[in-house]
Design a protein around this ligand. Sequence first.
Ligand code: PLP
Length: 471
Amino acid sequence: MKWSEFPKWGKWAADWAANYHAGLRNRPVRAQTQPGDVLNALPVSPPDQAQPIEDVIADFERIVMPGITHWQHPRFFAYFPSNASPAAVLADNLVTAMAPQCMLWQTSPAATEMETRMMDWLRQGLGLPDGFSGVIQDSASSATLAAVLVMRERALNWDGNASGLPGQKPLRIYCSDEVHTSVDRAIWVAGIGQANLVRIPTQGPLRSMNIKALEAQIKADLDAGYLPAGIVACVGGTGTGACDDIAATCAVAQKYNIYTHVDAAWAGSAMICPEYRDLWEGVNQADSIVFNPHKWLGTQFDLSAHFVKSPEALTQTLAIQPEYLKTHGADGIINYSEWSVPLGRRFRALKLWFMIRAYGLDGLRQMIRNHVNWSQDLAEKLRAAPDFEIVTEPVLSLFTFRFTPEGQDADQATMNLLNAINDEGRIYLTQTRTQGKQVIRFQAGQFDCTAEDIQFAFDVIIETAKSLKDT
Ligand code: PLP
């Protein structure tokens, strides 16, 4: 394929994308394929001869599309959302055509300076003070890894990279059971070891770390010769939306000179609405915060916003300058690759610029408020329905519930309900366990979701439960 043919196929792709989105409600949300279907439909060996793009497109429809789970479906209520907005997709198309590699200011000045400005727009949007600087990471997992590496280096007096961990006091990182597994992986990769990730028990309606237990553990660790290095707190944990008390956590961290990272991967987007900010009260005191605009703000995967009080701590941990990466004669510039683990970086800030301008913060706020209100309405309807129990109350637009028909094991009945709903495919939900109970998670967050889609979800849940009860 030549660039001269691109306008024809680019137009085809744009029409395809618009039609795809317009027709999503007619598709099952979850892929209906069996393991191996797509793999077996793909030739075992690559072609030696060029093939017409028409054939590739026909195979795309035939082989690929049936194997897609539709994250952009308005009735996708599983996991967390992963939105693509048309404005951000347009920006990504432009970026893909230019394909710049934005590791250094010099290799893409526009990407670097756009990133600086967009991260500051986001900072203001979230109501964070101007003491925070931002960088775009590819994922929240990468941001958390970067933060844990800073915890390690800072605690080791910036000598861990040089000397390694042997011979050092064992480091300790603290978090609750509600944090995402990306924290465990960061601990493994940083060489700190799972045994030194200390779980603090949770309490209260938001399943927050027990602050007294946190402080007692830090003191005990100090007495036992460990080196407390960091706390990872969560706002909007993956399972049930748990939120730590950020103000109290940061107060303990400051008392013991410990670095604090706040993982608000999902819930952070909602902080553009001032009325939800009490969920992370005290966040101004944190050292590091991550949230994912690729989840609830419509800048399709991948775009993770990482704010830090001290960029110097990040660069002291991660910057490395072999001769070929030196930008001679360019003083005072930012090379964002020094703020992250990967060297290469895409031009992600452009889609933030397009998206924020195309919707305005008010447009985005309205969308998030709608999701929260509709989801809370659904929780009330399910609470009032026979045989349903709300297990965790809504945190923003996420709550959990279970099916409790009389005479049946509720865990089993709940899983039967979930599987029946997902196999049928009109809506998509996922499960978790909390308080020793099997529960179904519900979250609303897809950009095209309407109040009718939430009512539709209620009807599907009730109808499916009834049919299971009758059989
Ligand atoms: N933190 C939380 C609270 C999450 O829910 C998730 C994913 O859903 C992550 C971190 C990991 O995000 P990413 O896929 O951007 O690494």
